[in-house]
Design a protein around this ligand. Sequence first.
Ligand code: HEM
Length: 86
Amino acid sequence: MIGDHYESFLNIDKCIQLMDDKRFQVVSSWEQIKNYGVDPLGRLLFKNIFTIAPEALELFSFKEVSDLESSPELKAHYTRVIESLN
Ligand code: HEM
């Protein structure tokens, strides 16, 4: 019985360790790329999102624009996204 509780404490420590590792990976990978600038990062981020999940495009009011990559609406949004990550 006591052993069970001890085991769950060990698991909590392990969970916290895993969360810290993941947080470190996210923060350090962002540190490595953030200086590429808002435009390249924003375009690449949303290009990847729309490639992985094309249905995400349907959420945007400007989904019909002819040249999405250079649309000012997409640019306004990814600028917010990247700046908030920074
Ligand atoms: C840190 C991340 C993000 C921030 C800070 C953010 C911020 C915002 C803000 C402030 C708006 C309102 C824009 C306006 O009405 O002027 C907005 C709209 C929107 N966001 Fe985000 N966003 C983020 C990430 C994302 C992601 C990853 C997606 C999905 C792929 C997304 C999808 C949308 C959509 C569909 C709208 C409505 C745009 C429209 O149709 O005009 N956002 N976002």
